[in-house]
Design a protein around this ligand. Sequence first.
Ligand SMILES: NC(=O)c1ccc[n+]([C@@H]2O[C@H](COP(=O)([O-])OP(=O)(O)OC[C@H]3O[C@@H](n4cnc5c(N)ncnc54)[C@H](OP(=O)(O)O)[C@@H]3O)[C@@H](O)[C@H]2O)c1
Length: 284
Amino acid sequence: MTKILVTGATGQVGRRFLPRLVQWAGADAVRVLVRDAAAVEGLARAGVEVVAGDLREPGDRVKALAGATIVVNVAAAFRGVPDDEAFAVNRDAAVALGREAVEAGVRRFVQTSTNLVYPAGLGRPALESDPADPGPAANVYPASKAQAEAGLRELAEQLELTVVRPAFVYGEGDSHLRDALPRVAQWPAHKRLPVVHHADLSQALWRALSMPGAAGRTYNVLDDAAITAHDIRALHGVPQPTDTADQVDTDPWHGVASTALIRAELGWRPLYPSVWTARDAGAL
Ligand SMILES: NC(=O)c1ccc[n+]([C@@H]2O[C@H](COP(=O)([O-])OP(=O)(O)OC[C@H]3O[C@@H](n4cnc5c(N)ncnc54)[C@H](OP(=O)(O)O)[C@@H]3O)[C@@H](O)[C@H]2O)c1
């Protein structure tokens, strides 16, 4: 029997992915590992199995893995946490979960990574075959995610590992784009933010966990039109600066990645090819 263990169910991505996963796989095929069981009462009522625990605790991981056939590791610590916690959750716990998944007989392990693992200065869209090496100057988040990928790849002989690398995720009431406004205020107006809608990340995770061809593969997941700083401001009714003509984005390809692979191999297409499409559909 299929049993899909999902971590990070209470986060921005997880709480939008889980209801979809329940529709696609059935509630009795789904289990979540969460620190706060009360936060997923709705899922429990729908029939999802809830294991209360911390991803950093070996005993909690083993409990969550018992009988699981597929793992989707969505959890991460990157919103205002100390560096040691980020490494502990994003790298150490992720790799330990992979190792223990092998011992528990798990077949497929989907790791939610990020488009920020690529090095700067590629000068073109990043390809999955480029090194997952954000460089020594990278902050803890991309560094810990890249190191998690490397640790999990060492298990690739024993586990069907699929790595999903989403861009900045937005939509469905997530305030992420609005929250980015202070950062975007420092950007040249033409600088672009590569993004993906929650619906499209959810369908990428579903394909990654369910399609045989995804075994052992890595996929970029982003929409067709990275949004400019100008358009992020326009979307939120923020006044535009007038002195932007001479500003230059020194790395215009940062975070931009090709989706040719996931299109060809998993048949994935963005339901929302741009933020504007999502807005017109009322899906922001
Ligand atoms: N959002 C984006 O734009 C974006 C872009 C690219 C990649 N990603 C990746 O997508 C994934 C989800 O991101 P998100 O935006 O949903 O993050 P988020 O909103 O910060 O959620 C993080 C999730 O991880 C859980 N978690 C953190 N530490 C834990 C621990 N010690 N034990 C158990 N669970 C723990 C959190 O649980 P609590 O509720 O208990 O804190 C929460 O459910 C991450 O792997 C991230 O790297 C996100």
